[in-house]
Design a protein around this ligand. Sequence first.
Ligand SMILES: N[C@@H](CCC(=O)N[C@@H](CS)C(=O)NCC(=O)O)C(=O)O
Length: 211
Amino acid sequence: MSEYQLYCFAESGPAYKVAFMLSACKLDWQPIAVDFLNGETRTSEYRTQVNEMGEVPVLVHRGRKLVQSAAILSYLAKETGKFGGRNPQEDYDILSWMLFDNHKFSSNLGTLRFLVVFAKTGETPVTEFLRARVMAALAIVEKHLDTRKFMIGNEPTIADISMCGYLFHPESCGIDFADFHNLERWKADMAQIPGWKMPYDMIARAAPKRS
Ligand SMILES: N[C@@H](CCC(=O)N[C@@H](CS)C(=O)NCC(=O)O)C(=O)O
């Protein structure tokens, strides 16, 4: 058995963040597939035995079940000494951007993507609202990257890895990234990190169920 086990599924942005970090840190890890699309995270078994919050990802390490991608990324940065802040100010900035990411960036993009791509709702007032929120968050990050190579300076940190959650998944939920030149440049830089792979190369997609 690998040193780290990751409860995950391929379509999940938060799971991709953790898989990216594990891979970039060259850690010995294996995926444990969760059947999210068929409701596994809502079962009482999952909530009692894996994660009471009913979410993916969960990272198992030394018998502990670690939850919340930002907390997991911080844990791995401490364990490995990689992709963390170099001083208390950088630690603070990393935490700020990971909270922004979880509240406004990955979360709104992930919910919009779920509705459009998987629930196939079409355009509704909810998707319009989320789309506007995503565009506003993208504009904030675009401006921040005007004067920096990465979110915290010249080196990638877990703040950058966190923000990659849904930016490399190939499905389109109708967001046009063409005007976000800094983001596109930053994404290309993130893809240069050894260990980076596209999401479905990082975590295999489950075979579709036969009905
Ligand atoms: N803030 C959490 C978000 C995790 C999350 O939303 N995971 C989704 C899958 S991508 C999930 O498990 N959702 C279950 C649910 O909302 O019922 C993190 O970053 O780990």
